[in-house]
Write a protein that binds this ligand. Structure first.
Ligand SMILES: Nc1ncnc2c1ncn2[C@@H]1O[C@H](COP(=O)(O)OP(=O)(O)OP(=O)(O)O)[C@@H](O)[C@H]1O
Ligand SMILES: [Mn+2]
Length: 511
């Protein structure tokens, strides 16, 4: 009898042990799935890649490398309204317009920023100029003076002229964008200069890019209580500014692309910057974060975090080193006060432009109308942070203005900032080529928002979510109408003296 009871007790114990093991497995599986949820990409925001080469080919490669492709394939397409679908031909149509295909100015050797030196005797010596301190991860450079052997970033440097950074029809531009988007990153260190976190990234072929991380969701607006000088920089603003500048035909912003960065493999594991490495940490939900060292927003509270270690960022191609092509930084005459209480001179004095017009370098050449071009670009993207601009020293005052640092643009779509247009309103002057391009972009078949949507859809990050929300695109069209209204008012007041005729002949291209 006792033997019988013992056997039954043992059987019950074994059964209980089995149930407990099964329960353990069940609980473990449940916990794992819950832990992974916050680290996932915002999968309902993901759209299938747009059908362009850059996005379809390389974008998926990059994502596959990160093990993201399966997740992306499983997700539903982003719900786009028919009006929001990018029409890829819009950009090509614009660039085919005669206004974008005028004969360029006569070109002299002096109009090139850099020249390839004639072959020197000691080949070894010349190639060593390009070697970094640590050659690890870099490919041996076998370049000669034939442009075919040059990597895209070098061809870009060699193509910079007195009048523009690149030719919009140059096929190298696409290759350069592909390099920025997909080339292996062999080094990442903090970039000094400026106030916010930026990294300098290097590629195996010695190309370099300026990295800015994602700080804000696309549909989020900058807090209205933040002053323009406290706003943070946005990666998508850097990307969208490059596209807008190209669409306006200025070509004064270095090419920028969006890229998904593996914060561990592509920054933390390879950085030689110990100060940067020390700021990496894991957030309470298991995401990798870092904050770097800088004067604004470099603290645990403002850390940049991945999902769980993948981060959206912008990569802008670096301009030639300052030792090869020194630049001059100019304080904008319409600079804001960067104080909460003080107003700048131009804000109090409606005749301010009269004095600017009389003082060099604005009293001669195209400097004033170039500054007005920059104000129009900034008004369209609502960038209040244009305190300085730069030029290449080599070209003196007779050259274009570089529009660097656009990270504080596209912060608000619901509000326009009329004061950004002060240079145009106070001076009533504009390049004829700019006026015609603005008029063209206001026509339904070349509508600025449509061309921007088409242009931005080529960026690899569009496969995650459109780089500019529809509200931002609508704001572009609205602001363009405002610029044209201001110009009409100028023309009513000052007639022909408003136009700076930079187009030979008097063609008006049917506009
Ligand atoms: N593509 C580029 N190539 C080379 N240098 C660049 C490039 N973009 C920016 N720089 C340089 O790096 C400096 C800092 O960059 P940026 O202005 O974007 O940073 P920031 O933190 O916003 O600076 P600030 O606080 O002064 O506005 C610029 O003054 C410029 O000279
Ligand atoms: Mn800045």
């Amino acid at each position: 009898m006792r033997w019988c009871t013992q056997r039954r007790t043992r059987a019950v114990c074994v059964l209980l042990a089995c149930v407990s093991v099964v329960l353990h497995f069940f609980l473990a599986a449940l916990t794992l799935s819950i832990y992974q949820t916050p680290c996932d990409l915002h999968t309902n925001n993901i759209r299938p890649p747009a059908g362009t080469n850059l996005t379809a080919k390389g974008g998926n490669n990059a994502m596959r490398q990160m093990g993201l492709s399966q997740k992306l394939q499983r997700t539903k397409p982003f719900p786009l309204s028919p009006a929001a679908k990018p029409n890829p031909t819009k950009l090509e149509d614009l660039f085919r317009h005669p206004l974008y295909n005028q004969q360029s100015l006569p070109f002299y050797e002096d109009d090139r920023l850099l020249q390839v030196k004639p072959k020197v005797k000691d080949d070894l010596e010349s190639s060593q100029q390009w070697m970094s301190d640590s050659e690890e991860g870099y490919d041996a450079a076998h370049w000669n003076s034939s442009s075919q052997s040059h990597p895209p970033w070098l061809r870009f440097h060699l193509g910079i002229s007195r009048w523009q950074l690149y030719d919009h029809k140059d096929p190298n531009l696409r290759q350069l964008e592909e390099q920025l988007a997909f080339s292996r990153i062999v080094s990442a260190v903090q970039k000094t200069g400026g106030t916010q976190l930026k990294l300098l990234m290097s590629f195996p072929n010695y190309g370099q890019a300026l990295f800015k991380p994602m700080k804000q969701e696309r549909n989020e607006e900058t807090n209205h209580n933040l002053y323009y000088f406290s706003d943070f920089e946005r990666h998508n603003a850097e990307i969208a500014a490059y596209h807008l500048d190209r669409i306006l035909g200025f070509r004064r912003i270095p090419p920028v692309v969006g890229r998904l960065i593996d914060m561990v493999k592509e920054i933390k594991d390879i950085t030689t910057d110990r100060k940067l490495a020390r700021t990496f940490f894991t957030s309470p939900v298991g995401n990798t974060c870092f904050y770097g060292q800088c004067s604004y927003y470099c603290s645990t509270e403002h850390a940049v975090c991945g999902r769980p270690h993948v981060l959206e960022a912008s990569l802008a191609v670096m301009l030639p080193d300052l030792s090869l092509a020194p630049r001059r930084s100019w304080r904008s005459p319409w600079r804001r006060s960067y104080s909460r209480s003080k107003l700048a001179q131009w804000e109090n004095n409606a005749k301010y432009c009269e004095s600017v017009k009389k003082s060099p370098p604005y009293s001669q050449g195209t400097r004033l109308v170039d500054l007005i071009d920059m104000a129009i670009l900034d008004f369209l993207m609502s960038n209040m942070d244009r305190h300085h601009y730069e030029t290449f020293e080599k070209f003196g005052n007779n050259t274009f203005l570089l529009h660097l640092d656009n990270g504080r643009a596209f912060g608000r779509h619901s509000k326009d900032e009329p004061s950004i247009l002060a240079p145009l309103v106070q001076c009533c002057r504009i390049r004829r080529s700019t006026l015609l391009k603005l008029q063209l972009l206001a026509l339904p078949q070349y509508r600025l928002s449509d061309v921007m949507r088409a242009s931005l859809s080529r960026d690899p990050l569009t496969s995650i979510a459109p780089l500019l929300s529809e509200q931002h695109l609508t704001a572009l069209d609205r602001r363009l109408v405002t610029v044209l209204k201001k110009l009409r008012r100028c023309q009513e007041q000052y007639n022909d003296s408003v136009i700076y005729n930079d187009i030979p002949g008097h063609l008006n291209f049917g506009l």
